[in-house]
Ligand binder design. Structure first.
Ligand SMILES: Nc1ncnc2c1ncn2[C@@H]1O[C@H](COP(=O)(O)OP(=O)(O)OP(=O)(O)O)[C@@H](O)[C@H]1O
Ligand SMILES: O=c1ccn([C@@H]2O[C@H](COP(=O)(O)O)[C@@H](O)[C@H]2O)c(=O)[nH]1
Length: 236
């Protein structure tokens, strides 16, 4: 029995690389999609935001010297590519998905129109929100918080490379310990970098909880959706 009727799932772009150096690893995207399919089959309405770190990050080395906004638009376009790949893999796995973009690119995907997105969700289609917020100087974490609030999701699920929120970045500090729960205020005050501050602040203000869990752990998404103990809950 699912604990939620509607969720906003933020998928790590970087995790899409699998063991490759960049881009989209086929086995990885298929596995991610199959996990999403499992929760749609439970009757949960699923909206997805996917990052772009496997292709481009606006502040990354390749963009040094570039105008920041230009680099960020490149990052947003990278999320469009990931979104298209994700929706196409969903189609191959027997699901119905629609991609909606925050920036005008109508020949490729339809624009984000909130009532249309709500209609798709009510019809049981998976909606993939592409191009982040459509604005530079943001990230797809903030897009997940924004779209999650807009569509009335009950929770934002951040599926990422670590299995929760730690006292420090566990990839850099092996002595870091994981929180089972943490308040938005504490996460912001401690400047925990697992998600950007704008995303935390928006979710806090909208009383929209976040669950951070590992994208690599088989069955973790299903357990989170069933309300089981998995990852870290960020709460008001
Ligand atoms: N306090 C912390 N707790 C947990 N992870 C942290 C913390 N501080 C930093 N991190 C890092 O944050 C990363 C997750 O955030 P990030 O936005 O970089 O990845 P992502 O969302 O998975 O990728 P993408 O932006 O490509 O979608 C983790 O891989 C971890 O190394
Ligand atoms: O609203 C947004 C979302 C993203 N960007 C740019 O895209 C890249 C990739 O997104 P990640 O969240 O880092 O995976 C990001 O670094 C920004 O450069 C953006 O400008 N606005």
């Amino acid at each position: 029995m699912p604990a939620y009727k509607r969720i906003l799932l933020k998928l790590s772009g970087e995790a899409l690389m699998g063991d490759d150096a960049y881009g989209i690893n086929r086995a990885t995207i298929v596995r991610m999609v199959q996990e999403v399919r499992e929760v749609t089959q439970m009757g949960v309405e699923v909206a997805v935001v996917i990052g772009g770190g496997n292709i481009f990050r606006g502040v990354a080395g390749g963009s040094v010297g570039m105008d920041r906004a230009t680099a960020d638009y490149m990052g947003m376009l990278a999320t469009v590519m990931n979104s298209l790949a994700l929706a196409d893999t969903m189609r191959q796995e027997g699901m119905v998905a629609r991609v909606m973009s925050a920036i005008g690119i109508e020949q490729v995907v339809e624009p984000y129109v909130r009532p249309k997105a709500l209609q798709y969700l009510e019809e049981g289609k998976v909606v993939v929100f592409a191009a982040g917020t459509g604005n530079p100087f943001f990230t797809t974490d903030t897009a997940a918080a924004l779209r999650g609030a807009e569509i009335g999701a009950e929770i934002v699920l951040k599926a990422t490379k670590v299995d929760g929120v730690y006292t420090a970045d566990p990839k850099k500090d092996p002595s870091a310990t994981r929180y089972a729960r943490i308040s938005f205020d504490e996460a912001i005050t401690r400047n925990l970098q697992v998600m950007d501050g704008a995303a935390f602040a928006l979710c806090r203000d909208q009383k929209l909880p976040i669950k951070v869990f590992s994208i690599f752990k088989a069955g973790a998404l299903k357990r989170v959706v069933q309300g089981e103990d998995e990852g870290t809950l960020v709460h008001v």
